[in-house]
Design a protein around this ligand. Structure first.
Ligand code: ARG
Length: 446
């Protein structure tokens, strides 16, 4: 039985074969589940337009369910000489069902098959990322509320500047994630449109029922224009990568702050011992390696949109094999980000804050503006008050009053964490993950 879908009696140079297949045999394993779901939907649709008999469809569904089981058990492999997951699934169907297996590719191309697989894979992985972002958000808000009265110095130019608080610091990262969730929402919505039926990128002369596959696969809608559906390859991944990158940006900044504040020179934060690593030579060390690795991984993730852009940027319309390479960068990105989110959440929940920071007189100057504002509120022109306090500091006789009263929205005394929670909740709950998941479960029960 031919292992190449396109075999026509010529032999392919093994080196050419190795080069063109690249890492597909390994990476396509991540798409296998979705390839099977796509085939269940496609064959159901083919039956409805008379391209398959009901018995043929049922036989295909049975066999596809078997293959799904093999995938779930981790036993699915793409055999040597088989190019990709699409060929492997068709080969398995044809081995078991003969001519019926050979009929499944009517009205379809590997170009729309891989588009579909990528959308279903991404839709699933984005759900996981959204859940993990929400968990980290909750942990940050909880820490912010818990430590809302614990002051710390705020910095500009990395110079002691003004009073800040752990309530503000934790809460700032939570609000940052709420903005990142907007990108994830857009990514999910853009991803959740059906490309199946665009075939090689120009549709088909069969009367395909694209509404039906859209519904069966639980998509919100379809990519209507078949040329655009194919053009979405690369564009969709790039835009989703932007969403991942914005989350990664929040995490790498958090990681840098945490490493810095954990160092002895600051001593603002203490990582739990179980979250640190030791040194082979210096017996006293408890290093924040987790945050350092997280920072590097997240910095690498921030390069992803650019990496994808450089691969697909100057391609004209239509499919090109260039697009295959994007999978190497794109598919592993989700696990990488998710792992960072889980690590960050674990540590943030356990991190300890130093409640005595301000007893150290090196931070006294950060109360200068408080004193200026007190004098200004009593009627002294701001500029005169500024000068008076400045001269006192220069002369070394400034005694700070460490009582502070910040009341406006988003300030130390009025964090507005509830409002931030509402922003997050509104975005998060607007994504109907269950619709997609229900459709996938139903396909496996057909
Ligand atoms: N492995 C290919 C990819 O990821 C599948 C599509 C192959 N299509 C083709 N026309 N050669 O792009």
């Amino acid at each position: 039985m031919a292992k190449k879908l396109w075999e026509k009696g010529t032999t392919v140079n093994p080196e050419i074969e190795r080069f063109t297949v690249g890492r597909d045999r390994e990476l396509d394993l991540l798409l296998a589940r979705y390839d099977v779901l796509g085939s269940i939907a496609h064959s159901t649709m083919l039956e409805s337009i008379g391209m398959l008999s009901t018995d043929e469809m049922k036989a295909l569904h049975n066999e596809l369910r078997n293959i799904h089981g093999i995938i779930e058990n981790g036993k699915f492999v793409i055999e040597e000489d088989v190019e990709d997951v699409h060929s492997q699934v068709e080969l398995m169907l044809t081995r078991r069902l003969g001519d019926t297996g050979k009929k499944i590719h009517s009205g379809r191309s590997r170009n729309d098959q891989v588009l579909l697989d990528l959308k279903l894979f991404t839709r699933n992985r984005l759900q996981g990322i959204c859940h993990s972002v929400k968990k980290l958000f909750d942990a940050l808000i909880e820490q912010s509320d818990r430590h809302k009265d614990v002051l710390m110095p705020g910095y500009t130019h990395l110079q002691v500047a003004m009073p800040s608080s752990f309530g503000l610091w934790f809460g700032a990262y939570a609000e940052s994630l709420a903005d990142d969730m907007l990108f994830l929402q857009a990514a999910y919505r853009m991803c959740n449109r059906n490309p199946l039926g665009s075939a090689a990128g120009y549709g088909s002369s069969f009367p395909l029922n694209r509404e039906m596959t859209t519904e069966l696969l639980g998509f919100d809608n379809m990519n209507y224009n078949v040329v655009y559906a194919q053009m979405g390859r690369g564009k969709c991944e790039k835009n989703i990568a932007f969403a991942l990158a914005t989350v990664a940006g929040t995490l790498s900044k958090l990681a840098f702050d945490a490493c810095m504040f954990n160092s002895q020179n600051f001593g603002f934060l203490k990582l739990p011992a179980e979250c640190t690593t030791g040194s082979s030579i210096m017996p006293h060390k408890k290093n924040p390696d987790v945050f350092e690795l997280l920072r590097a991984k997240c910095n690498r993730l921030q390069a992803l949109p650019n990496d994808i852009l450089l691969i697909m940027n100057n391609l004209p319309t239509g499919y090109f094999r260039d697009l295959q390479i994007i999978k190497e960068l794109f598919l592993p990105a989700f696990d990488s980000l998710n792992e960072c989110l889980e690590m960050a959440t674990y540590i943030i929940k356990r991190i300890e804050v130093n409640k005595e920071i301000l007893n150290d007189s090196r931070y006294d100057a950060m109360f200068s503006v408080e004193e200026v504002n007190r004098l200004a509120a009593e009627g002294m022109p701001f500029r005169d008050a500024y000068r008076k306090v400045g001269l006192e500091i220069e002369a070394g006789d400034f005694t700070p009053c460490k009582e502070i009263h910040h009341t406006h929205e988003g300030s130390i005394g009025n964090l507005c964490n509830e409002e931030i929670g509402t922003i997050m909740e509104n975005i998060y709950s607007s994504m109907d993950f269950e619709k997609a998941n229900k459709a996938e479960r139903a396909l496996l029960e057909r």
